[in-house]
Design a protein around this ligand. Structure first.
Ligand code: PRP
Length: 181
């Protein structure tokens, strides 16, 4: 008998199921392992939405990469929609100067957060700085920002689960789904 995960009542539909997420994250892990083989890589999770993806991605990295982890947290200023300015709530513990950095995000939407965050981090002169996002909504972009590693390009729908929230809820869902409205 085939097992099927029940759809959470808050969802109108599942957009990306557990098996598809797991397979794609393993592919991303293999790609990042190839790209950083023999190097020391600082993987930086952007709180909070990235945590579920980050946990799986880290475990998909091979022993060829020497991985250290850290976290940052940012919040937008009131004028984010127009200015893209962010405030750092939690900064890196150690300077990223000279290091290879990989920022891990759950979603890139307008691109304003990552445009501002990557500019801020580049000021600290890392050796390299790339972004890996689980989800990408390219049609919502307000900046030319383009992440190097993308799990899934998705349409402009409000999605939750697998780390993504609505008012801090639904991050725990094991799939990415479209919230009922
Ligand atoms: C989400 C996401 C990105 C940002 C993407 O964070 O994790 O950081 O929004 O949006 P943008 O491309 O339009 O800037 P959010 O502020 O919801 O915080 P969270 O990660 O704690 O849920």
């Amino acid at each position: 008998m085939a097992l099927q995960t029940a759809v959470h009542p808050a969802l109108s539909r599942v957009l990306i199921d557990e098996a598809t997420l797991s397979a794609r994250i393993k592919e991303l892990g293999a790609q990042i392992t190839r790209d950083y083989s023999g190097k020391r890589l600082m993987v930086v999770g952007v709180l909070k939405g990235s945590v579920i993806f980050l946990a799986d991605l880290l475990r998909a990295l091979g022993p060829e990469v020497d991985v250290e982890t850290d976290f940052v947290a940012v919040s937008s200023y009131a004028g984010k929609a127009s200015t893209g300015a962010i405030r750092t709530l939690l900064d890196l513990r150690h300077s990223p100067e000279g290091k290879d950095l990989l920022l891990v995000e759950d979603i890139v939407d307008t691109g304003l957060t990552l445009t501002a965050l990557t500019e801020t981090l580049r000021a600290h002169r890392p050796n390299s700085l790339e972004v890996c996002t689980l989800l990408d909504k390219p049609e919502c972009r307000k900046t030319p920002f383009q992440p190097k590693y993308v799990g899934f390009k998705i349409p402009n729908e409000f999605v939750v689960g697998f780390g993504l929230d609505y008012d801090e809820r639904y991050r725990q869902l094991p799939c990415v789904g479209v919230l009922k409205i």
